[in-house]
Design a protein around this ligand. Structure first.
Ligand SMILES: [Zn+2]
Length: 60
């Protein structure tokens, strides 16, 4: 069986909307939704942001 969410990190609850890492707002089909991914200790990590502004405020 193919898991369509397998490219998401294990720290995200796929059954729920992701929350913005900066302001904690749930992100529901937002056109300004941003996902930042990086590699840490050999694993792909990611964070969701509701907007470019929040991504910049978070500072990563
Ligand atoms: Zn936000």
């Amino acid at each position: 069986m193919v898991d369509p969410t397998s490219d998401l990190g294990e720290d995200v609850d796929e059954s729920d909307a992701p929350a913005c890492a900066n302001c904690d707002e749930p992100i529901l089909q937002s056109p300004t939704h941003r996902v930042v991914t990086w590699v840490e200790d050999g694993a792909v990590r990611h964070r969701h942001f509701c907007s470019e502004e929040c991504r910049e405020e978070f500072g990563e």
